[in-house]
Design a protein around this ligand. Structure first.
Ligand code: PAF
Length: 286
């Protein structure tokens, strides 16, 4: 098991990439904010199945957190992350500093419409996706990978990144990796460490409600009633709900039963905000 190279600046990143490129090797990037769990490792495995070289970036991006959010408290575990990535056979870790990503005088932010304004995360985190899109565009331009892999757990984020990549003609394929779950269905997330023991026991309700609602929609039951009932159950389970919505899987706009769609949820349990989503099969596919 070899340790991944740890690169802290763009010149060394590009130097390493140039060496791989000269040998004709393909490269995949997995952007993360660290505090890695099995879900991230599965994204690295997906990247390794598609490209000869895998780079994982670890950068807790300040611009995607609002002032009232958990930037300072966000879990950081760089040494453990590198050990995990060594086991996963990752070739390099790119870990820039905030000063490198946002030097004094930095003045550019990507402005978004389309899936970034779907009325989901953006309603509750209005500045979030501009920060995500800007940092992801920078990471893609810094590394110019053939492929970049993102988790489907952040489903709206994935749609936004696909849109940005298309609109800016960035020559990279964007791949989504399925959400990894704990045995009781809770979606793996770096923020799950915030949950108290009692909250951890309640948290799988979100996925249960999503699954049951997806089955009911697939069975042709009225969506408004299903969503209303789902919201009630989530609130009764001790969550403060931000949204439970049913959307088209591609545009995140209004769904139709004839096309693949998605149920998406965000809710707070104590001080922890959890998000999750599941697919809803198109009528006729079931
Ligand atoms: O999903 C994340 O971890 C982050 O939003 C990302 C894509 C690494 C950008 O900071």
């Amino acid at each position: 098991m070899s340790q991944p190279l740890v690169l802290h600046d763009v010149a060394s990143l590009r130097g390493q990439l140039a060496q791989w490129r000269r040998s004709g090797e393909t490269v995949a990037l997995v952007p993360t904010m660290g505090a890695l769990h099995a879900g991230h490792v599965s994204l690295a495995a997906l990247a390794a199945a598609r490209a000869r070289r895998v780079i994982v970036s670890i950068f807790v991006n300040p611009t995607q957190f609002a002032p009232n959010e958990d930037f300072a408290a966000y879990p950081r575990s760089f040494e453990a992350d590198c050990a995990r990535l060594a086991q996963a056979g990752v070739d390099a870790v790119f870990a820039p500093t905030p000063a490198l990503m946002y030097p004094p005088g930095f003045a550019t932010t990507i402005s978004l419409t389309g899936p970034a304004q779907a009325g989901l995360e953006d309603r509750f985190r209005p500045t979030h996706f501009a920060g995500v899109a800007t940092v992801v565009a920078k990471l893609l331009i810094q590394s110019m990978p053939d492929l970049a892999v993102f988790g489907e757990k952040d489903f709206q984020q994935l749609a936004v990144i696909r849109q940005v990549t298309r609109d800016l003609d960035l020559p990279v394929e964007i791949a989504g990796g399925p959400t990894l779950r704990e045995a009781d269905g809770l979606a793996m997330s770096s923020r799950n460490v915030y949950l108290s023991e009692e909250e951890r026991a309640s948290a799988p309700l979100l996925h249960r409600v999503l699954r049951e609602a997806a089955s009911a929609i697939e069975a042709g039951e009225p969506a408004d009633e299903i969503l209303g009932y789902g919201r009630e159950r989530i609130a009764q389970g001790g969550f403060v709900i931000d949204y439970l919505e049913w959307r088209d899987a591609l545009s995140l706009g209004e769904p139709v039963r004839e096309r693949a769609s998605r149920l998406l949820v965000a809710a707070k349990l104590g001080r922890t905000r959890l998000i999750d989503n599941v697919g809803v099969r198109a009528g006729g596919d079931a």
